[in-house]
Design a protein around this ligand. Sequence first.
Ligand SMILES: [Fe+2]
Ligand SMILES: [Fe+2]
Length: 291
Amino acid sequence: MSKGEIIWKDEYCIGVDYVDKAHKKLFELVSDISNVMDSHNYDNEGYACMQAINFLKSYTILHFKEEEGYMLQIGYQGYYNHKAIHDNLKEVVLPEFEKRLSESQFAPEVVEEFVALITGWLFGHILIEDLAITGKVASRYKKYSNDVKMTLRKEIERFGRDFIRINAVLADAEYEGRKVSNAMYYEMVYKEGYTVTVIADKRIITQIATNITGVKLTEITKMALIEYVQIIQSIAKGALYLIEKEDSFELISHRVFEAEELSEKFLVSLPEYSMLWNSELGELALCILKQ
Ligand SMILES: [Fe+2]
Ligand SMILES: [Fe+2]
């Protein structure tokens, strides 16, 4: 199994030196764990892996503290929501994984899952939440003069351009759920009554994983899927914040499903926001439904 390095790019910089350095370092630490995993003699490396994970954890906690300090210093309006996202990783996600890791005695498949989850989480979080601190992406915490739909559209197109490296062109501003071929349908249901569905051509998903590691994938691996899901969850949350401004959202369920189900849903109620883009790597759609 070779996952390559997790590649840092300058466009991930938020423009605050010590925060950017810490983000870069976090990428390196995740790469280090991958490298331990890749070493031929994993049995002897279990301990090294545990140490690397522990170091990543303490570095993450330290970084959160610093970043939260910066947000307070500049009087960032999104401070509380942003801190809640950090707290969730620190207090819920990491402890759960630590338990699984130690119970499995750092079994390679659990470590692999951990690396994918943390990689996807970091990407999604830096590109959506952290960039908003310095206004490099639209911050949802200030009122917009243009409407939400336009902002959503621009954000998705920016994400496509800067991160997936595709040129997404809006093909349907009122997408009504027609089948998208060769696509993965991923649905997230929130306690607050929203259902967000992201449909993406499978080539887009493999391209995201390729961008993260620099290793060309031809099919969606388990790791690629875990990373993708983390990134999409950040995007969905970002989109919901854009719509509802200050509210925080709780994900209660999520799943991958079949195309047919989507059109059935649209027959029951039309989504608030539903757009479909075309790109060199196929189609991409975002549907946000409020019950
Ligand atoms: Fe952050
Ligand atoms: Fe950060």
